[in-house]
Design a binder for this molecule. Sequence first.
Ligand SMILES: C[S@@+](CC[C@H](N)C(=O)[O-])C[C@H]1O[C@@H](n2cnc3c(N)ncnc32)[C@H](O)[C@@H]1O
Length: 279
Amino acid sequence: MPAASPGTTTATAATAERPEGDYAFDNDSPYATEQHRCLAAAHDAITTARLAETGVGPGWDCLEAGAGGGSVALWLADRTAPGGSVLATDIKPEHIPARPGLEQRRHDIVRDPLPDAAFDLVHSRLVLTHLPRRRAVLGRLLRALRPGGHLQLEEFDIDYAPVLLAPDERTRAGYEAFRAAKGRALRAAGADPAWGRTCAADLRAAGFTDIEPVPHLVPWTADSPGLRLQLHHTYHLRDALLEHGMTEDELLAARDAMRHPDFRAASCVLYCVQARRPE
Ligand SMILES: C[S@@+](CC[C@H](N)C(=O)[O-])C[C@H]1O[C@@H](n2cnc3c(N)ncnc32)[C@H](O)[C@@H]1O
């Protein structure tokens, strides 16, 4: 995490150019590298284990949409060599590493062209949740897959993540205030942070088949990568959290909760959903 000083964020950047919604985080933020590190630490094991079940291997052509720090794109590039390809896209792709077999591209999954029937596998994690036009994006991803091709999405439902044990009432209330304000801030930016629970139904409506949603929920302690990601969000989203009702005292109490060795919470639910384009 960058220095513990709160600083300012650029959470409202680019509003004018993005009428469809304003991504609440920002890869240009000084906090972005830590955001991507936390995401990979918390979720790559789940993501890659499930991706492996598709049989992805040498020669496969893959799209990683909204690749962020590129950790999953790198895994796919290793997996699809030799002879395969990975196109890793993002509206701000500067954090995606370069390497043979991995093409990095600046690309808006809502608006920019995608080739038809070009990919054996499309993966996207925690991207569509932020996009008001996420159902239209599902149609675009369907058409980008070859017949029989695989889609895997991971999306949160952040509305379930209760405190189970807090050191005291101040820290419990601070953590709950953080959860509520984060939900309001994300929704105000056009996200549906509970979309994980309806993602599978939307995939069916978009024309996908073989839809298999798997929910993941883990205990969170101060050492959990998932809770470190939440702590990070108290910095990355600081301005938005204050704008959406948190006080400075609650912010400090939430951080104290998440750093305390006695704190216990249930994680929010991460839905890992696989589907296929019909043959
Ligand atoms: C929460 S991060 C997730 C990053 C990565 N998928 C992961 O799970 O580690 C969301 C990513 O989606 C990107 N993004 C947001 N809106 C996008 C859009 N319309 N098209 C493509 N990427 C987008 C952001 O720049 C950011 O890198």
